[in-house]
Design a protein around this ligand. Structure first.
Ligand code: AP5
Length: 187
């Protein structure tokens, strides 16, 4: 199964992706994690991406797509995957569509996790105290939410035209949200 997870920063995409992969035995591919890995490894790509991520802006489409292509060609992705954080704008959605056509793949589900902005701000503030992610400061979170509303929210409409979007309420406990997703994916 090939799944795209959509939703604002802090909506729970990463949390839920980790639970879905346990059930479906497919890899969780997070472009945010791939970028943070490149930063930790101090690669030229990582060093270029860090400044952009620390502002809460989007890293260039070409850089992210290049990383994603490499990851999707790994053996463990041959039976499906869950994409978290990609596509992040309509251009990336079109690039992914093109890539899927080249690889003769289809996307089965785009799940849109819906959480109010106040709740995501509270969740990220809590995470900032625990993990200290450099893009979890109040100003940067505000910018990430603006970027989401302007650039990423239209991706849902892109997939709605293909009839594969399901909205999932992302509030309540992690288990509540997981149960809603399980009902959609039927596993
Ligand atoms: P990325 O790493 O993708 O971050 P994000 O989308 O902002 O998402 P988050 O990780 O903040 O939130 P999430 O929805 O995964 O929620 P989580 O499960 O962690 O991107 C970071 C940056 O990388 C971007 O700003 C950009 O610069 C760059 N980037 C990444 N992809 C890119 C792309 N494709 N193109 C260009 N640039 C790209 O949960 C959040 C918190 O809430 C956690 O503490 C969690 O424990 C808690 N939580 C989860 N569920 C619940 C619940 N039900 N109740 C209470 N708390 C909960």
């Amino acid at each position: 199964m090939r799944i795209v997870l959509l939703g604002a920063p802090g909506s729970g995409k990463g949390t839920q992706a980790k639970l879905i992969v346990e059930q479906l035995q497919i890899p969780h591919i997070s472009t945010g994690d791939l970028l943070r890995g490149a930063i930790a490894a101090k690669t030229p790509l990582g060093l270029a991406a860090k400044e952009v991520m620390d502002r809460g802006d989007l890293v260039s489409d070409e850089i992210v797509l290049g990383m994603l292509k490499d990851r999707l060609s790994a053996d463990d992705a041959s039976n499906g995957f869950i994409l978290d954080g990609f596509p992040r704008n309509v251009t990336q959605a079109e690039m992914l569509e093109q890539l899927f056509q080249e690889l003769n793949l289809t996307l089965d589900h785009a799940l849109l996790i819906q959480v109010d902005p106040d709740e995501v701000v509270a969740r990220i503030a809590k995470r900032a105290e625990i993990e200290g992610r450099t893009d979890d400061t109040e100003d940067v979170v505000r910018n990430r939410l603006n970027v989401y509303n302007e650039q990423t929210a239209p991706v849902a409409a892109f997939y709605q035209q293909q009839g594969i979007v399901t909205e999932v309420l992302g509030t309540g406990s992690v288990e509540d949200v997981q149960a809603r997703i399980q009902a959609v994916l039927r596993f």
